[in-house]
Design a binder for this molecule. Sequence first.
Ligand code: AMP
Length: 298
Amino acid sequence: MQIKLNILILLDFHPVSMFQKQDLLAKEISRLKNEGNEIGFVATMGALHRGHLTLAERALEENDAVVVSIFVNPTQFNNTGDLVNYPRTLEEDTQLLNTLPGNIIIYAPEPKDLYGDTVASTHYNFGGIENQMEGKYREGHFDGVGTVLNLLFRAIAPHRAYFGEKDFQQLQVVRKLVDIENLPIEIVGCAIAREPNGLAMSSRNKRLTPLQFEEAAIINETLKIVQQHFNQWSIPKLQKYVEERFSENKHITLEYFEIANIETLQPALRKRKGNTYRAFIAAFAGDVRLIDNMALNS
Ligand code: AMP
């Protein structure tokens, strides 16, 4: 007699669970912690791509369960158009997270569940790094980021939280935030995941036309050239080179290019021994804003 085995046994496979309410999420996290599990956390605004998944994978490697929040945080947008047009794809996001082997818990709240009745930012002093680059061009952005992460950190109380170097300034702000709020959370920075043409993966890439997508490769290409010439060229020369290169491209408009010290994030006018620098670019493809950055020395 032939026995047909049609049952596929997936060891260590847990379908993701989803919570929209903080109190239910807190119960699940307490249960896991009481059983001795360590919790990792990845904060996202959804429209997930491989960059987000690399964070979740690392978190799964280093923790027993991982909470992924999916929340488009209104208080960190200074441009209503950007907030309204931000892609929202909760069903696809859930399916993607379901492909990861491990215990993933999605927290996808409505604003009221996190903020209560008043959706507003707290003002933070992050020692000045909040006023550079993204802070300069997106007023109040890091107050919004700090506020929502403080709420999420308190709701989840993870052992470790994972952030991408794609948003390097945000990563540095988060390190300050846990100090200011005295939260015992280890902050882990993760490398930038890129498209085959070098463009940093981003939820906003979904809004690019095929031509814009192709042309946006100029951002990463320029950063690589800056990295290659960093030792030989002065900072003003690098600055001029980048501005000229972008001015020749009809599809991508440079918003800012800066070389900054990684601690202060202040623009560097000249190189100083012993300092570590990164180059940062923000640029527009139509109305889609893209950012990227690269280490220049270590
Ligand atoms: P977002 O959904 O854009 O708020 O991003 C959520 C987290 O994913 C942040 O910590 C980002 O820095 C990180 N992230 C976004 N894009 C990438 C990428 N291309 N590579 C690595 N991390 C990323």
